[in-house]
Design a protein around this ligand. Structure first.
Ligand code: NAD
Ligand code: TYD
Length: 355
């Protein structure tokens, strides 16, 4: 069984490759990753030397590179993407190229060269857009993406459905809520706030921090993906989520991170207007996946505890990241470096809070 994973050097992809390698000793895994700013070969250094794992640096937008790897594959699990909403509001074109066109290149190669291969598209709940409480969209809900990121992911999903219907590909889609856990690039809320707290730097909490996400520990997502790869039905969509009850706001996540890192609330820096179109709430109905026997194993407090412990332990992983491209993006995004919790507020930020 040869499984081609795209984007396996990113956050979720690397956690999935590790799980697959552990759980399926008959799987030969090929990891195609471009190593953009978000891809880090160090994420899978423990698999180097395994005869069942091979990393290939390449671009899903390059048909020649893709063809060579798709031929002979029994399954594809497609993670590779531009994945950060804030970046998508600045450079939307890159999201169309990677997430829409890149997915097309993969599907086209499968149609021509491996028409019986299973294709698992790793999608996001953000395609349903801003969801009003107490609604939990099921897989048939209308797509109303708000950001260039979620619009590009919706475009990818629709191509997958069309490839199943028109060309008979054995393709299916997962749509997961926000993940957190080890190896997440410190630009998303949870790893950014953990790392900034550890460094006594400001935590830029957007738009009052009242927004709600349905946080899922990455290993639970990866178990769901393995289940769908093996037991999901072709042409189907499966929502994946923790269904936190009660739902948890960004402010509450921030409070938990400060508690776990032992840092004061004065590090919180309210920021307004940096995320145009900011969605207030994401949530999904997950009955279809749960009917296959999946449920999350790690609750939010335990997951955050494990995640903070990992970032405390693995400074060697994140310290090198917090330079170069990372800092350049931050300086552009906030108008200047965010600085320490005690520094003056960044451009366009409201006054610092002590609450
Ligand atoms: P990530 O940004 O950490 O990793 C993306 C990976 O894709 C990187 O290793 C990068 O080098 C690679 N990549 C980017 N462009 C490429 C290209 N042209 N060719 C080959 N490789 C390329 O992302 P993530 O958070 O691990 O997300 C993985 C997937 O899961 C994405 O498709 C994302 O939309 C989806 N998803 C993420 C979340 C989340 O909370 N992070 C939730 C639901 C779904
Ligand atoms: P993020 O981790 O970027 O994931 P997504 O936008 O895909 O849900 O953001 C999660 C929430 O946290 C979102 O409401 C925006 C907010 N947020 C902040 O308040 N500050 C930050 O620095 C970041 C990155 C996000």
């Amino acid at each position: 069984m040869r499984i081609l994973v795209t984007g396996g050097c990113g956050f979720i992809g690397s956690n999935f490759v590790r799980l697959l390698h552990q759980e399926r000793p008959d799987a030969e895994i090929i990891n195609l990753d471009l190593l953009t700013y978000a891809g880090n070969p160090a994420n899978l250094v423990d698999l180097e030397g395994s005869a069942r794992y091979r990393f290939v640096r390449g671009d899903i937008r390059n048909p020649e590179q893709v063809d060579a790897l798709v031929e002979g594959s029994d399954a594809l699990v497609h993670f590779a993407a531009e994945s950060h909403v804030d970046r998508s509001t600045k450079r939307p074109g890159e999201f169309i190229e990677t997430n829409v066109y890149g997915t097309y290149v993969l599907l086209d190669a499968v149609r021509r060269l491996a028409p019986r291969a299973r294709f698992l598209q790793v999608g996001t709940d953000e395609v349903y857009g801003d969801v009003e409480f107490p609604s939990f969209p099921d897989e048939n809900a209308v797509l109303l993406p708000s950001s260039p990121y979620s619009a590009s992911k919706a475009g990818a999903d629709l191509q997958v459905l069309a490839a199943h219907r028109t060309f008979g590909l054995d393709a299916l889609i997962s749509r997961c809520t926000n993940n957190y856990g080890p190896y997440q690039y410190p630009e998303k809320l949870i790893p950014l706030f953990i790392v900034n707290a550890l460094e006594n730097e400001a935590l830029p909490l957007y738009d009052g921090g009242t927004q709600v996400r349905d946080w899922l520990f990455v290993e639970d997502h990866c178990r769901a993906l393995l289940l769908l790869l093996e037991r999901g039905s072709a042409g189907e969509i499966y929502n994946v989520g923790a269904n936190q009850d009660p739902e948890v706001s960004n402010r509450e996540i921030t409070r938990l991170i400060l508690e776990l890192t032992g840092r004061p609330e004065s590090l919180i820096r309210p920021v307004e207007g940096l995320r145009p179109g900011h969605d207030q709430r994401y949530a999904v109905g997950t009955q279809k996946l749960r009917a296959l026997g999946w449920s999350p194993e790690c609750d939010l407090v335990e997951g955050l505890r494990r995640t903070v412990a990992w970032y405390v332990e693995r400074r060697d992983w994140w310290e090198p990241i917090r330079s170069g491209e990372y800092r350049a993006f931050y300086e552009q995004h906030y108008g200047q470096a965010l600085g320490s919790g005690k520094a003056a507020a960044p451009k366009r930020a409201a006054k610092a809070s002590n609450s």
